[in-house]
Design a protein around this ligand. Structure first.
Ligand code: C2O
Ligand code: CU
Length: 503
């Protein structure tokens, strides 16, 4: 079977038109919110915690009475939560027991380039037979050099990989997920995503809700086939060579069923107290506008890169793929016996109710929300040495940046270590733009003030159609090659990605 190797055809060839699949009907608020288990280190020494994870198939019980085959870190979806401390190194040895290559990215991590999960820095399958099959796979062929790909220093073939995360950054909500070239969408959708929380003394010292009152909420959407398997509009990523045509999903896969921490529209029994929620949108393409049925505000205390200087009230929060919001919801004045629904104001019939909080008991709440949270350095435009513009547009039958699609041989910017720059992003559609390695601060949108969701240190900004955003960033941390891309996973797989090399 001759495989078309042209870079341009490949991602499109993976997507086939399927008229429509509707998940089996589900009823909201039937299952309690699961909390992903915290991964325990194999050992720890004075500087470092050492972990191991096997990336493998598993079975999840998501819909009543049927099982869903997933791919997961340690075989579960979401993957185990990793708890890290600022200043202590985390080392994770990953073993790939899937039939396809993977690359794990720590989203939000200030990570050396060799551990960043570059899309072609692949962990090959441990087992040889499926690995042979994967050599048939188009992205592997490119990886093997069919298109003369360079950057051999960045690309290593290995069957296990040790990722090293220095955690030299403030307390913040991060997540790890697959980042394999051209296949991030299907592989994350199959379940390859987990939370990674960094804590530090500044955060610990604040009187914010702690322990059982500090809860991660990973929001995703999925569509299920009648047999319980996830529906994804491409061929199985293990069999990627059959040509197809661009389907209705070219603009991103929207699932019709909402999951929180891997459970369909769950409920959580809470005390009448303040709770801290670590919100992550781990959906491939869906944008949510969060609100509470009680019309209470969220108190936002942090964003992608950590705590805000001061808390701010948010009646609603727009959260696009890969964004994180650290919020407190105050149930202390909500009468016991009441229910508060976390809603998505952008949803339809099936995708409006995300989860429900059932206030079931009184408690003595010792937490407070201080009026100042953490030191915050505002980056100054006067320090910027360069301004660059990146246009995120549809074109060439794909999703492009500045009129061209990702090419691992091309470096789009070479900032010097420690320098500050202004990057302008323009867009023809809805694109959550993510930069690896760095945080940025949003200066303006269309010359006006940033959106409320832009507050703080960000690594992902949601661009709306026709918008031009200016962000400022400092390229510190490490020299090396890093990508930036649209985090709509299907756009990303259709190559809306570029790369910068910090020199
Ligand atoms: Cu969350 Cu380059 O990705
Ligand atoms: Cu996009």
């Amino acid at each position: 079977f001759a495989v078309p190797i042209g870079v341009l055809q490949l991602p499109l060839a993976r997507i086939r038109a399927i008229e429509s699949v509707t998940s089996p009907a589900t009823r909201p608020f039937q299952v309690p919110l699961p909390i992903p288990p915290v991964l325990q280190p194999l050992r720890s020494d004075t500087t470092t915690d050492y972990y191991e994870m096997t990336i493998k198939p598993g079975l999840a019980h998501i819909l009543p009475g049927i099982t869903t085959p997933i791919w997961g870190y340690n075989g579960i979806f979401p993957g185990p939560t990793i708890e890290a401390r600022r200043g202590r190194t985390t080392v994770i040895r990953q073993i790939n027991a899937l039939p396809v290559p993977v690359s794990t990215h720590l989203h939000g991590g200030k990570t050396p380039p060799t551990s960043d999960g570059y899309p072609m820095d692949l962990i090959l399958p441990r087992d040889p037979a499926p690995f042979q099959a994967s050599l048939n796979d188009a992205s592997m062929r490119r990886f093997m050099g069919t298109n003369g790909i360079g950057h051999s220093l960045q690309m290593q073939m290995q069957q296990t990989k040790e990722y090293v995360y220095p955690n030299d950054q403030p307390a913040s909500i991060h997540w790890y997920h697959d980042h394999r070239m051209d296949f991030t969408g299907p592989q994350v959708y199959k379940g390859l995503a987990g939370l990674y929380l960094i804590r530090d003394e500044v955060d610990d010292a604040l009187p914010l809700p702690k322990g059982e009152y500090d809860i991660p909420l990973m929001i995703t959407d999925r569509t299920f086939n009648a047999d319980g398997s996830f529906f994804y509009p491409s061929l199985d990523p293990t069999l990627t060579t059959t040509p197809g045509v661009l389907g209705k999903y070219y603009n991103g896969m929207l699932g019709d069923t909402l999951l929180v921490n891997g459970a369909v529209q769950p409920f959580l029994e809470v005390a009448a107290a303040r709770y801290r929620f670590r919100l992550l949108n781990a959906s491939n393409a869906r944008v949510y506008q969060l609100a509470l049925s009680s019309h209470q505000s969220f108190v936002q205390i942090g964003s992608d890169g950590g705590l805000l200087p001061a808390p701010t009230l948010r009646q609603t929060i727009r959260i696009s793929p890969a964004e994180r919001f650290d919020v407190v919801i105050d149930f202390s004045h909500v009468p016991v016996g009441s229910q508060v629904v976390l809603k998505n104001l952008l949803g339809d019939e099936r995708t409006t109710d995300i989860m429900r909080f059932d206030v079931v008991r009184q408690t003595r709440d010792e937490s407070t929300i201080p009026t100042t949270l953490a030191p915050f350095e505002v980056l100054q435009p006067s320090e910027s040495l360069t301004t660059r513009t990146f246009q995120f547009f549809y074109g060439l039958g794909m999703w492009t940046i500045n009129g061209t699609y990702f090419d691992p041989n091309r470096i789009d910017a070479t900032p010097r270590l420690g320098t500050t720059a202004i990057w302008e992003f323009t867009s023809d559609g809805n694109h959550p733009i993510h930069m690896h390695l760095v945080n940025f601060q949003v200066l303006s949108r269309d010359g006006r003030a940033p959106d409320p969701e832009d507050a703080g240190n960000k690594d992902t900004i949601f661009l709306k159609a026709g918008e031009k955003a200016r962000v400022i960033t400092r390229f510190d941390g490490y020299r090396g090659l890093y990508v930036f891309h649209c985090h709509n996973a299907e756009h990303e797989d259709m190559r809306m990605m570029g790369q910068f090399e910090v020199i």
